[in-house]
Design a protein around this ligand. Structure first.
Ligand SMILES: *[C@@H]1O[C@H](CO)[C@@H](O)[C@H](O)[C@H]1NC(C)=O
Ligand SMILES: *[C@@H]1O[C@H](CO)[C@@H](O)[C@H](O)[C@H]1NC(C)=O
Ligand SMILES: *[C@@H]1O[C@H](CO)[C@@H](O)[C@H](O)[C@H]1NC(C)=O
Ligand SMILES: *[C@@H]1O[C@H](CO)[C@@H](O)[C@H](O)[C@H]1NC(C)=O
Length: 250
């Protein structure tokens, strides 16, 4: 009778590894006691590396790697195809199984994957490039910021000429409740700034706008009838919004 303790948890990686959006299921096998199950599948790759993390990185970089065993005494890192690792797992060893591995053809697929892999509604336009989502549910500025934030984004920041051209080509639609779409931008009494406090230096107002800059606080929207040019709108007004997610390749 095989007797071993299995501790399993899903480890979602943070910081530098986060962008790979790869999740490993980490299992610790304490003393596998049935050698009958050890029929000697050999790793397709093995080497000595200093840390389990370095071994994980090796597995990550090898598309065919589906599981790995790292020995904390000998520092041996063994990579396997398949998850049915037959090596005996001792208490010094940790086994990681790849639960999900993104196999992507090229950088553009990778960008698309980062853009909408976990966030339905987002699209990636690689000629800008921009990862964006248009939503026509009416929201105040605060609610729109929360809405975009839920998917790891923020209101669309038009900080380049090409992004402005992009929104001019978007063909935004008027609905029964929405005729303007929020983007990032707010007047703070002296200057227009993005929500990260960066001052906006290049403006694309529709002729005659902003019409009420002197009044209290104003924010920025795209009025459908203005074909992508800017309009100053009330922060509390209910408008659609365009979210943007920053795509970072590490
Ligand atoms: C190893 O075990 C697997 C399943 O446990 C079996 O399918 C395979 O035939 C075995 N290989 C050898 C060489 O015994
Ligand atoms: C991407 O943006 C460019 C620039 O605005 C535009 O010409 C092109 O049609 C867009 N592509 C898609 C697939 O929307
Ligand atoms: C803020 O606005 C003033 C004019 O209202 C301008 O002179 C100044 O350069 C602006 N500051 C920034 C950081 O853009
Ligand atoms: C408004 O924004 C500008 C530019 O970022 C900044 O210099 C200024 O201190 C801000 N004013 C207020 C009242 O927050």
């Amino acid at each position: 009778m095989a007797s071993f303790v299995i501790i399993i948890w899903i480890w979602s990686m943070t910081s530098t590894i986060e962008v790979t959006t790869i999740f490993y299921q980490h299992s610790i096998f304490l003393r596998h006691k049935n050698p009958a199950h050890d029929n000697g599948t050999s790793p397709f790759f093995s080497s000595v590396v200093a840390t389990a993390q370095a071994c994980i990185n090796k597995c990550h970089n090898q598309l065919s790697c589906e599981s790995l065993v790292y020995d904390t005494i000998s520092f041996k890192c063994s990579l396997f195809e398949g998850k049915n690792v037959k090596d005996e797992i001792s208490s010094n060893q940790v086994l990681y199984e790849v639960v999900k591995k993104a196999v992507l053809r090229d950088i553009s697929d990778y960008a698309k994957y980062l853009c909408n892999g976990n966030s339905p509604g987002y699209f990636y336009n690689e000629s800008v490039p921009v990862c964006y989502k248009i939503d026509s549910q009416p929201r105040s500025m605060t609610d729109a910021k929360l809405f975009c934030g839920e998917s790891g984004g923020h209101l669309l920041r038009i900080d380049t000429e090409i992004k402005q051209k992009f929104v001019e080509n978007l063909n935004l639609e008027t609905t029964s409740s929405v005729s303007k779409y929020r983007i990032d931008g707010k007047y703070n009494g002296t200057n227009w700034t993005f929500s990260n406090d960066q001052a906006i230096t290049q403006f694309y107002w529709y002729p005659g706008e902003p019409s009420r800059e002197q009044s209290s606080s104003r924010s920025v929207g795209l009025k459908v009838a203005y074909s992508g040019k800017w309009d100053d709108i009330r922060p509390y007004g209910s408008h659609g919004c365009i979210c943007e997610k920053d795509i970072k390749f590490y």
